[in-house]
Ligand binder design. Structure first.
Ligand SMILES: *Cc1c(COP(=O)(O)O)cnc(C)c1O
Length: 326
């Protein structure tokens, strides 16, 4: 890999077997605890941000702007990282009916982010233009501002999970095990892209499956392929890119991004009582629920050792607390 990083996360994150869950399903399910990457920076985004912020610092930026939903883990992690490095943060957040200050949004404010809202339509159609315009205004005022796209899912951000795969290979040696199938939630595609590229780069022949939490598999195959095309600039070897071997399961995104169905929340409770591990309602809860159902349906019968990447999201659970009937 030709990129380098700033060290921000607590790595390597541990891998442990979900023993009772595995026994119930008759499968071998291990969990990589990327929810342990830190407290303020918890989750998968910091792995990408380690590479992004290396560029930000090297190129002399004074601030960053990024975007996401009101409860974006990415926006919270970016704000925490920028603050730690002495940089200012602006967040362009998709405004919902009445934004309650809680969870990740509360932490954004606690860390002192400047918040700008946009409508869901603006978010869908022109979030990058809006961010570029704001960055330009800041630049004209003498504050060089770096634009981080949604989820840090772009070329350099992809190196975060390329590096995570290198970490997994070291852990396989230590543990004396091979993970045949790797599973994670897919929201903006950067996590999948990094794992995918490392799988090809090192000829690992692992099956990598992303459970979509929003768009359909057709969208993600193209979107991830585009991230891959940007990311190969940071690799020192040719890699054949095709959408054919990008595996996205879009059957468990439910009734929409960040909206929960009762069965998903019941599954989070079931899993918490089985493994004492907290899944989040937006990403890992849907992905693990998908994995659970697919294993039960027999589609993972040849999956071998399965490694589920717990990508974090804890702070997004608390705004959903009232939907649990306790
Ligand atoms: C962003 C996020 C994901 C999805 O990762 P992408 O790289 O955006 O696909 C999964 N889980 C959590 C908790 C996240 O915050």
């Amino acid at each position: 890999m030709k990129a380098s990083k700033v060290k921000l996360a607590n790595l390597p994150t541990p891998i442990s077997k979900a023993t009772r869950f595995s026994a119930e399903l008759g499968a071998e399910v291990y969990i990589k605890r990327d929810d342990f990457t830190g407290i303020e920076i918890s989750g998968n985004k910091v792995r990408k941000l380690e590479y992004v912020f290396k560029q930000v610092l090297e190129q002399g930026y004074k601030s960053v702007i990024t975007t996401g939903g009101l409860q974006s883990n990415h926006c919270r992690a970016t704000t925490a990282v920028a603050t730690k490095l002495g940089l200012k943060t602006t967040l362009l957040l998709r405004k919902t009916e009445d934004p309650v200050v809680e969870g990740n949004f509360f932490l954004d404010k606690l860390f002192g982010a400047e918040i700008i809202f946009c409508t869901p339509d603006e978010y869908r159609q022109s979030r990058n233009q809006i961010m570029n315009k704001i960055a330009l205004e800041k630049q004209n005022n003498g504050e060089k501002c770096f634009v981080v796209p949604e989820g840090a899912s772009f070329g350099i951000g992809s190196m975060g999970y390329f590096n995570a795969m290198e970490e997994i290979l070291d852990q396989e040696k230590e543990m004396g095990i091979v993970f045949d199938t790797i599973v994670s939630a897919t929201g903006s595609g950067g996590t999948y892209s990094g794992l995918y590229l490392a799988n090809k780069y090192f000829n690992l022949n692992k099956t990598i499956i992303g459970f979509s939490v929003c768009d359909d598999s057709h969208y993600f195959k193209n979107h991830i392929n585009n991230i891959n095309k940007e990311a190969i600039d940071y690799l020192d070897k040719e890699i054949d890119l095709t959408t054919d071997d990008i595996h996205i399961n879009d059957k468990y995104s439910g009734i929409g991004y960040a909206i929960s169905r009762p069965e998903e929340l019941e599954f989070i409770e079931y899993f918490a009582r089985l493994e004492a591990i907290v899944l989040d309602p937006v990403y890992t809860g849907k992905a693990m629920y998908g994995l659970y159902n697919e294993i039960k349906a027999g589609t993972f019968d040849n999956a071998g050792n399965i490694l589920f990447i717990h990508t974090g999201g804890l702070f997004g659970l608390f705004p959903k607390q009232s939907q649990f009937e306790y």
